[in-house]
Structures are given as C-alpha cells and as structure tokens.
Ligand binder design. Structure first.
Ligand SMILES: [Zn+2]
Length: 238
C-alpha cells in the first residue's frame, strides 16, 4: 500500500533533520520513497470491465467496451466511477495520468473534478467517434457537435489547476475523415493541448483503418489530418 508523504517541500522538512543529525542511515528494508507514478495510457470508463474475456480488439470493443461506455450518459454514474478510478490510481502510487473519457462531456467533467479534488495532474479528453459503420448509436455523434463540445471543454479545463486537455479521436476506424480533420483543427487551434489516440493495435484493425481512409500507412491517416507531432515515433511501414 502506498502512503503519500505530501509535496516535495514537506518531504524535505521531514528528511533533512534525518540526514544531518543521524549518524547511521535508517534502515527501512520494506519501504521505498518514490515520486508519483505516471500512467501514459488508460481508459477510466473501462474500470468495470477490467478482466473481461479477451476477444480480438474490434469484437471486444463492440461486446464489452461500448456497452460500458454508454452508461456514462448518466452524469451521476460518471461522477461515481471517476471517484473510484482516481482513488484506485492513488492507491497504487499513480499521481499523473493521460486518460480517455467517453463521448459524453459529463464524463470529462466528472474525471477532472475528481482529479482536482485530489490535486492530481490529469490529462484527459472527450472521445470522438462519428463513423456510422463502427460506432454504435449510443456513442456516435455528429462531428461538428463533437468539435463544439471539445472546444467548450478545452476552455473550461485546459490549464485549470493541474488539469490539461487532450484531443481524443478514439482511433481511425471509428472516425470519418471529416472528424479527423476537425480533430486536427482543434489540435492546431489550441496551443499546448495534447493529442491521444490508438495506432496499430492488431492486424484486422490496421487493415480496416487503411481501407476506410484509403491510406498506405496507419500513421499516415493521422499525419494527413495534422494529428502527429515532433515526438511521434513508429516503424516506417506502419
Ligand atoms: Zn487504449
């Protein structure tokens, strides 16, 4: 179990007297002092389906993930899950996370509010999905509506305390080219926001993404819509 010591200045006050006045180092063989961990990719709405039967990606999304995410239409439910999620992160020592929400703006409000109450650094965003062949009715939105909702969420949360916004197209299979273009526009219009998505998760997904977007490489799909940056690294054939 992790026990928070508090911010660095408090830690220094606790440790400095030990360092200057104690001759022998204190031996704590079962304890470690570490900085908070950073989780670079996590989906808080999926906490309820952790450990579900492992189908292949596209079937797993349809059968488990999308029904779980549809429940976040209810803001009270989102609030409840967000609190459980951030408490679970803290229990394992994670104090910073880059997190997917759902398509519902209330899922973003719920997460940022819960993180802010605990002074965590949270980077997160509303998921974008508008492809009618892949995204179910319960989670599909008009891409212009998603653009406007994302813009309002950026204005509300980006740089609000320790909250930072990430433009969040789920992946190339669930967004039309028009939506990816609008995501690129959001990313370009708001300096300092992050971008998160998925890339090359399995063979069926890679083939489908390249076919839908008529692109030779998966990364090329995001690249042509301005969604890659100077820190994107991948194999040349992907
Ligand atoms: Zn993911």
């Amino acid at each position: 179990m992790f026990q928070p010591l508090g911010p660095l200045c408090l830690c220094r006050t606790l440790c400095t007297p030990l360092l200057t006045h104690v001759h022998a180092p204190r031996c704590c063989p079962t304890q470690l002092i570490v900085p908070g961990f950073v989780d670079c990719h996590i989906h808080y709405p999926q906490i309820d389906i952790v450990g579900s039967y492992g189908e292949q990606l596209l079937e797993w999304l349809q059968n488990y993930v999308f029904p779980a995410e549809a429940k976040f239409k209810d803001g009270d439910y989102a609030d409840k899950v967000a609190k459980v999620f951030v408490n679970e992160l803290l229990k394992s020592g994670t104090t910073t996370a880059l997190t997917f929400c759902t398509v519902h703006p209330q899922s973003v409000d719920a997460l940022f509010t819960a993180a802010q109450e605990r002074n965590m650094l949270m980077i997160a965003g509303k998921v974008l999905m508008d492809d009618e062949k892949f995204a179910p009715d319960s989670l599909r939105e008009d891409c212009h509506q998603s653009y406007e909702e994302s813009k309002a969420l950026i204005a509300k949360w980006h740089g609000n305390g320790r909250c930072l916004y990430a433009v969040t197209p789920r992946f190339a299979v669930s967004s039309t080219p028009e939506e990816l273009a609008l995501a690129g526009q959001l990313y370009a219009e708001h300096e300092g926001v992050y971008m998160q998505t998925h890339l090359n998760e399995n063979m069926a997904e890679i083939a489908l993404a390249k076919q839908i977007h008529n692109c030779e490489t998966y990364l090329g799909i995001y690249d042509k819509h301005g969604l890659t940056g100077i820190c994107t690294h991948t194999h040349k054939h992907t």
